[in-house]
Write a protein that binds this ligand. Sequence first.
Ligand SMILES: Nc1ncnc2c1ncn2[C@@H]1O[C@H](COP(=O)(O)OP(=O)(O)OP(=O)(O)O)[C@@H](O)[C@H]1O
Ligand code: SF4
Ligand SMILES: [Mg+2]
Length: 325
Amino acid sequence: MSELIEIKSAERIFGGGKTLFGKALPAVHAVQDVTINVKKGETLGIVGESGCGKSTLARLLSGLDRPTGGSITFEGRDLAEEARKNPRELARQVQYVFQDPVSSLNPRKKIRTILEAPLIHLLGMKKAEREKRLEELMHAVHLAPEFLERYPHEFSGGQAQRIGIARALAANPEVIVLDEPVSALDVSVQAQVLNILDDLKSRFGLTYLFISHDLSVVETISDRVAVMYFGRIVELGSRDAVFTAARHPYTHLLLKSAPAPGRKAVSGGDREAELPDPYNPPKGCAFFARCPRGTDVCQSAVPPLDGDGGHRAACYHPVEPDTAS
Ligand SMILES: Nc1ncnc2c1ncn2[C@@H]1O[C@H](COP(=O)(O)OP(=O)(O)OP(=O)(O)O)[C@@H](O)[C@H]1O
Ligand code: SF4
Ligand SMILES: [Mg+2]
């Protein structure tokens, strides 16, 4: 698989700057020093707690926002530049699926109109061609063509999310960024939508960036997993490596909170402890206050994302495989 997206030291700070009188304004470091490549055809799962920067990263990756530092390239071209110069082409290639399926669809428009919009505006399709494509799209997400004449409020959450996916698929994208696409759905409906996503990925050769706070969902769908904490990637590896031989104490805390048969997690970690103040990030490891393995060195500087091969963790005292019992 070749590299499709390359993210180098990406950073997104909100606020900051100075007042007219030179007083510094507070700044939130939502995404910090994120470096990761996404290969064509893979599903990269991004997991972490609320507020850790998942949606901010998703918006950067889809060109809806631009980084305040570092760079993101798509097929070798700077994504922020593409979003400025060729917004239509970028929108065709990179699509976004939102968390709340019903409110992400315009309530005053029929499904037909919603799905036709990208066909007209991004692909310039004529009527007859559109009709054929609409049928294909409905078929792809397992919905009857009659549903095209309905309004969003007439759908269940799972059906509405399938429409959201059909809308993202309409323009034949290469990448779909899915931001908590099943979090608002019941567990049984989640499974249905995840199966459809899996099927579409292999049929259309898609690349997914799949964001969720739910470890089991990420485990189901991902080839590789990035664990985020306080704006940074703290562990990165293949799904198997992260789920069976996690190295970062935070990943272990997540695993402990979402146990599954056959999975090991070390004890310790304080789930309830507060996250650091985003306006005043700590000098060292942001997980220190919750970490059972912390020592003085952890407070001296942010730990780099290190490790052999494709499995890396940002920790001075990572969990070794034989200690995870
Ligand atoms: N437009 C903004 N202005 C100021 N701060 C922001 C903005 N967007 C996000 N943030 C801050 O950036 C941090 C990361 O937010 P983000 O929405 O990316 O988190 P998340 O991981 O998606 O959370 P959730 O799981 O709740 O959706 C938070 O501290 C948030 O308050
Ligand atoms: S660097 Fe230290 S505080 Fe941070 S996760 Fe590792 S052991 Fe814990
Ligand atoms: Mg979010």
